[in-house]
Design a binder for this molecule. Structure first.
Ligand code: KOT
Length: 817
């Protein structure tokens, strides 16, 4: 796809080993004999960084001095996963590294295992950002990822003796972190609070306090592109070490207070996914990284210029707003242009409008950020004024377009008491996109309907994707080798649509058997991993049936657990004879937001169902349930390649896209799913006969709501559902305690907001189809292989190409000489 040639990597294994030795000695002060695997990991990481340095500098040089517009991906989250293996792969250094480490007398896996995963994201949105910067670099497009270097990433999840989730801090920077380069000399000052005064007819913001934003740079090497981009994560430091005046008065503790306040800004990632957390600190975080990033971009693209011509900014960089979290960037750029550089309003608006675009990742109303105006006014008084003025201009524009007064009121960006960030983003930028066809359609038809009526051309779709480097090549080396064997080339790693070439091989039983053997070997690997890491005893000769994603009611883990309980009851009662049962191992992975009561109760229920089922001799060998704690990128990379059946069972219209669904399909799992998010497109591509579809459609859901939904009717009508819910209520999974799950049961029976009960029958009915196919391994694997062959579209390289064409209007840097 990209025109850039692959990097020639002249380094030999011997040189690589020498570099590691040097680093161990001169930077870390240990001999090879003294070194631990953790020491070697740091040394190897530094050596890799050194090898990327020339390409990194060249890329920055070409970006600043050339005419190719860059991309600035503004995101509060980048869920990167471990770096070493990925950097080696993309830099073409894997073989040299492997040989070097072995020649130094170390075990490869031991060294890799010492790397601590940075968890700077909650889930899909943050992982998407990480896939996107990988693809930008791999396509040779100059880009910055801009975000926050949180000191504490997503919490570590543990389970207590009752199966409840316990959160512990994720202090990922406790050990040496060799990838981030702190660049104090390129810090930015970010100010807050105070008031706006008039001076000489001009508005002047007099902030009350400031912090220093220090960039920590991570190299983002492209795969076989020779290009290395930058992920710049901002860390908050106090402006001055401490307040000397206060200190001199011997009030030592008060003297460090401002420092503590400043450094709190980048201390912790908010653990809510798809909900908004309207706290002041969150707004401080958002403004902190966005303000620093915008100033940084001006510094980078107009080096040394005190009076830059910022009307050219939209030709230098285009910013993508990853959901509403960075939307405060719109009034901030207006402020920078007007207050700091003296542009008039209209010029500033024209620049701002061209520079920003907005991606919406959800339709859930509770996730669309709305900030109280007085909070913004207190923290960012100048920005609130600018937002008010934007709103005035917007209302005038709507009026001129003939929009009625009621609609204008409905569309208000600033209501008088609050600011709607999604509306600000839609009006303030050039394009708005959803993340899958269905989601983009609903965005236009429902969530932002008024806006799409007035500005139809702003709206577009870019279906999400995932990077095949991390999620096929690194996660599933066996499948990667088989794909390369089947296609006769490894070019699929940068052109994933080539997977289509595997489709004819689905008719070749020999190849399908090899494909099945890959899955089986991955299952054995995962069973070993689960034994080692969690003490679980998984039987790789059973179907591995996985549901991994954040715990959220709309994703309907409850549907899976109720169906599982019903099955347990059927086996136990003998309704399902032992011979009729297809043995299954059900694997869950999910974190719940710490304040999300029902989600946490669902976690507790899953753990206790697992305890009861796994200890019941009546179902031994037929049904097992495991819930490895602390689901993260690393666990995903082990589990996805080992999965036979993946669950994507959200209520139709609620999951914007999903990206797990893509990873599973690409790794040869079959999907059971609803017509939601990207499932729709996956099914279209792999073929309806190769996808287990069930459940209500968006229209059916809407109709049922409109007709008045009552979950109790379904409970009364379906004895299996009734029995399952009764077991939860009667203490079967809580040592006889009937109160434990009462709130959950009551919610199911009285509200059931996401219609779990209404879809229960369809979901359980499709299980026999699933099992009938699984009983024919060759046919199952044939279909799974067809899934792989037709999922090439879901590469994040394709998503990025779509962004380039439809939104960013830029492309790769000129080819390297
Ligand atoms: C919203 C607020 C805070 C943190 C995260 C979100 C969020 C996450 N909103 N949507 N998402 C997910 O984004 C993924 C990437 O586009 C989607 O695949 C997924 O369906 C969204 O739920």
């Amino acid at each position: 796809m990209s025109e850039i040639t692959a990097p020639k990597s002249p380094v030999t294994a011997e040189q690589f080993a020498d570099e590691i030795r040097e680093q161990l000695k001169y930077a870390q002060g240990v001999t090879v004999e003294q070194a631990t695997p953790a020491d070697v990991y740091v040394a190897a990481a530094v050596a890799v960084r050194h090898h990327l340095m020339d390409s990194w500098m060249q890329t920055q040089h070409d970006m600043v001095n050339g005419t190719t517009k860059a991309v600035g991906y503004l995101s509060a989250e980048f869920l990167m996963g471990k770096q070493l293996r990925n950097a080696l792969l993309n830099a073409g250094l894997t073989e040299q590294y492997n040989a070097a480490i072995e020649s130094l007398g170390f075990n490869l896996q031991d060294v890799v295992d010492t790397e601590y995963e940075p968890g700077l994201g909650n889930g899909g949105l943050g992982r998407l950002a990480a896939c996107f910067i990988d693809s930008l670099a791999s396509l040779g497009v100059p880009a910055f990822g801009y975000g926050i270097q949180y000191k504490y990433g997503i919490f570590k999840q543990e389970f207590d003796k009752d199966g409840k989730q316990v959160e512990t801090p994720d202090y990922w920077l406790a050990n040496e972190e060799p990838w981030g380069h702190i660049d104090y000399n390129r810090s930015q000052k970010v100010s807050f609070g105070g008031k706006v005064v008039k001076e000489g007819g001009k508005k002047v913001w007099k902030p009350a306090w400031s912090v220093r934003a220090v960039p920590v740079d991570y190299m983002v090497p492209g795969y076989a592109s020779g290009r290395v981009n930058t992920l710049r994560l901002w860390s908050a430091k106090a402006e001055d070490e401490f307040d000397l005046l206060t200190f001199n008065r011997s009030e030592y503790l008060s003297a460090v207070k401002p420092q503590v306040k400043a450094e709190n800004i980048s201390k912790i990632l908010y653990p809510e996914d798809s909900t908004k957390e309207g706290k002041q600190l969150r707004l401080e975080q958002q403004y902190f990284f966005v303000s620093a990033s915008l100033h940084d971009a001006i510094r980078v693209f107009y080096p040394g210029e005190s009076k830059p011509d910022l009307t050219t900014l939209p030709d230098k960089i285009v910013f993508q707003l990853n959901d509403t979290h960075p939307v405060i960037g719109i009034p901030e750029l207006m402020r920078i242009l007007i207050d700091e550089y003296g542009y008039d309003w209209d010029t500033a608006w024209s620049i701002t409008n061209k520079t920003f675009n907005y991606t919406c990742h959800t339709l859930l109303p509770e996730a669309l950020e709305v900030w109280p105006a007085d909070l913004i006014g207190e923290l960012l008084p100048r920005h609130l004024e600018i937002i008010e003025k934007i709103n005035e201009q917007f209302e005038a524009e709507l009026k001129a377009k003939g929009v009625g007064a009621v609609t204008i009121k409905d569309m208000a960006i600033y209501t008088g008491d609050s600011v709607r960030m999604a509306y600000l983003a839609t009006y303030g930028g050039s394009h708005v996109n959803g993340v899958a066809e269905l989601h983009s359609q609903l965005l236009k038809d429902v969530t932002l309907k008024n806006f799409s009526d007035v500005y139809p051309d702003k709206f577009t779709n870019v279906t999400n994707g995932v990077t095949p480097r991390r999620f096929i090549k690194l996660a599933n080396p066996r499948l990667s080798d088989l794909i390369t064997e089947g296609l006769g080339t490894d070019k699929w790693l940068s052109d994933l649509e080539l997977l289509k070439g595997l489709e004819p091989l689905a008719a070749d039983d020999e190849f399908v058997r090899k494909f099945a053997a890959v899955k089986q070997a991955n299952k054995v690997d995962f069973a070993n991993y689960a034994k080692r890491e969690y003490g679980f005893d998984l039987d790789p000769d059973t179907m591995f049936n996985t549901m991994v994603k954040r715990l959220h009611e709309y994703k309907r883990q409850a549907l899976k657990i109720l169906a599982l309980i019903a099955r347990y009851a059927d086996i136990k009662s003998g309704k399902l004879s032992a011979d009729d049962v297809m043995p299954r191992t059900v694997i869950f992975g999910a974190k719940a937001a710490p304040g999300y009561y029902l989600a946490k109760m669902t976690i507790q229920l899953i753990n206790n169902v697992a305890r009861v089922v796994n200890n019941d001799p009546d179902v031994k060998g037929k049904l097992n349930v495991y819930f490895p704690w602390n689901y993260n990128v690393r666990l995903a990379q082990h589990l996805i390649p080992a999965t036979d059946l993946d669950e994507q069972i959200s209520q139709a219209g609620k999951e914007a896209s999903g990206t797990g669904n893509m990873k599973f399909a690409l790794n040869g799992a079959m999907t059971v799913g609803t017509l939601d998010g990207a499932n729709v497109e996956i099914r279209e591509r792999v073929g309806a006969e190769n996808f287990f579809l069930f459940g209500m459609t968006v229209d059916e859901v809407d109709k049922l709501y409109a007709d008045g939904y009552g979950p109790r009717k379904y409970y009364e009508a379906d004895p299996r559902l009734k029995a399952a819910i009764d077991m939860v209520a009667d203490g079967t999974f809580s040592n006889g305690n009937k109160d434990t799950y009462a709130p959950l049961v009551s919610d199911w029976l009285s509200k059931d907001w996401f219609m779990t009960l209404a879809d229960f029958h369809a979901y359980t009915a499709i299980q026999s189809e699933i099992e009938a196919l699984y009983a024919q391994p060759l046919e199952w694997n044939r279909k799974a292989l067809i899934n792989v062959a037709n999922s090439g579209y879901f590469s994040s390289d394709r998503s990025i190409s779509d962004y380039l064409e439809r939104i960013w209007h830029t492309g790769p840097l000129p080819a390297l000489a």
